[in-house]
Design a binder for this molecule. Structure first.
Ligand SMILES: Cc1cc2nc3c(=O)[nH]c(=O)nc-3n(C[C@H](O)[C@H](O)[C@H](O)COP(=O)(O)OP(=O)(O)OC[C@H]3O[C@@H](n4cnc5c(N)ncnc54)[C@H](O)[C@@H]3O)c2cc1C
Length: 437
């Protein structure tokens, strides 16, 4: 088993991502191979022409350290509480405290603001490692880092960064509030409204499905400041917990990731100061799209980690514990072929995740890669966690172990941060653009 895990997480190496092949091809062939071989690299971002190709899953020393320390933390601190938190449908506040102590809530926040100052892939590695043990804890870290922290780092002005980044790195959980009762996949049909006041803005409306809402004290809220401009009126605001008129209306009871809070939020004449504008007025839709493109790599990492967790959990059982017909059930060829197939699919999902993350880091266009990674990793998570239950027979079906939980948790991968149909639409739209003469 240990060697299989190692093969998913090769040894640390400080080698940058694989460069894009520049071998000239006849124009027709080149054009048709393009989406898979050379999506518009930004040469100004990083010159990789002299770097030898390396496996996409190679980790830098820092990333490998992240993987090891998060893996240890997940086993020692999270695993003993997973079942209890799932049954209670609540995140243990101690876990949240420990996530801050471990530096996992400020992975990319620069050190000058009290964060770990690491890269995006290090964050992806952490999300994956947590999901192997508990996808609920993983998504708390994922949303906080890839959506909330990134929003402040990329779009916050100097005052916003100075005020909020140290808190987001050390003690304040964040939420990303885009979806509403009336707007899900059609996110920019949102109906929350903002108006200018003498001292800032006033927000009215409702948000739905907001992850981390119970734990959060910092909310990025999208509302339309000028509906006459349609989606170009959408603007991002910061709302602090405790602001008069802002309340949690309902906490959802869910099929999976039960320990992760998901809430309906109400905004009744919520007044915020002008400093709580995030980015520019009317730029909210661009901010949301940009963040969700990156965030999807995080969800893909969560689903990949979940798949590994489900596969390993079952592999340990069928190759060590359960015998039928005088032999371990994992020795039957019918079982082994399914397990090998699943392991191969996990490795493929993982390659997509790391490719998307590396492309983002070197400044390449990664939108299609992120959508493919999320689409495929969530499909693999559903297949692997479902089969893993069957490999364990009745023991996979009962709530004593974690097999059934992985499967329940896998369903959300095809829904949040854009459903699978929306990922397919994104992929198809970009491909059509590439292939249209
Ligand atoms: C547990 C959980 C946590 C979440 N966390 C957050 C969060 O923190 N912040 C936030 O803002 N949102 C969050 N969401 C919302 C999530 O992003 C939406 O649920 C998701 O975008 C889908 O929207 P919807 O549920 O309204 O489904 P709908 O948009 O109503 O979709 C229903 C079905 O129609 C399909 N469909 C819709 N449009 C098309 C189309 N054009 N072509 C083909 N098929 C289509 C969809 O694929 C889906 O199968 C969360 C949701 C859940 C369940």
């Amino acid at each position: 088993m240990a060697s299989l895990v190692k093969s998913l997480r090769p040894l640390a190496r400080s080698i940058p991502a694989r460069p894009v092949s520049r071998t000239p091809l006849p124009s027709r062939v080149y054009q048709h191979a393009r989406p898979f071989s050379s999506t518009s690299i930004r040469r100004d971002a990083m010159d990789l022409s002299a770097v030898p190709p390396t496996p996409i899953t190679h980790l830098s020393e820092t990333e490998a350290m992240m993987a090891d320390s998060v893996s240890r933390f997940a086993q020692e601190a999270v695993l003993p509480r997973v079942r209890e938190m799932d049954e209670a449908e609540a995140m243990d506040p101690k876990i949240v405290e420990q996530l801050f102590e471990q530096g996992l809530m400020g992975v990319e926040i620069p050190e000058e603001y009290g964060g770990a100052g690491m890269n995006f892939t290090a964050c992806i590695v952490g999300i994956e490692e947590l999901a192997k043990v508990d996808p609920s804890v993983s998504v708390l870290v994922d949303v906080h880092n890839t959506l909330v922290n990134t929003a402040v780092i990329k779009y916050g002005n100097a005052e916003v960064k100075k005020k909020w980044l140290p808190r987001l790195a050390t003690d304040s959980v964040g939420s990303f509030c885009l979806s509403e009762p009336v707007s899900g996949s059609d996110a920019f049909a949102l109906s929350a409204r903002a108006v200018r006041t003498d001292s800032g803005f006033k927000i009215n409306g409702s948000k739905m499905w907001i992850t981390n809402a119970v734990e959060s004290s910092f909310f990025i809220v999208f509302a339309n400041l000028d509906p006459s401009k349609g989606y170009k009126g959408i603007t991002a605001f910061i709302v602090e917990k405790g602001t008069p008129g802002f309340s949690i209306a309902k906490k959802e009871s869910k099929l999976g990731i039960k320990a992760s809070s998901t809430c309906v939020l109400n905004f009744d004449d919520v007044e915020i100061p002008k400093e709580n504008l995030l980015g520019e007025e009317g730029n909210g839709y661009k901010i949301a799209i940009g963040l969700l493109n990156e965030g999807r790599i995080g969800i893909a990492a969560q689903m990949t980690g979940l798949s590994v967790g489900a596969w390993e959990n079952a592999a340990r059982y069928v190759w060590n514990d359960r015998k039928q017909f005088g032999q371990l059930v994992g020795e039957f060829q019918g079982m082994q072929h399914q397990m090998a197939q699943c392991y191969t699919e996990i490795a493929a999902a993982r390659a997509l995740v790391y490719n998307a993350a590396r492309k983002k880091e070197v400044g390449e266009d990664f939108v299609c890669d992120a959508a493919m990674a999320k689409l495929f990793a969530s499909q693999v998570a559903g297949r692997v966690s479902g089969l893993a239950i069957e490999w364990m027979g009745g023991m996979g079906f009962v709530r004593e172990g974690l097999a059934e939980k992985y499967w329940r948790d896998s369903k959300i991968g095809a829904i949040y941060e854009g459903t699978s149909n929306i990922q397919l639409q994104t992929i198809a739209k970009l491909l059509q653009k590439e292939y249209t003469r």
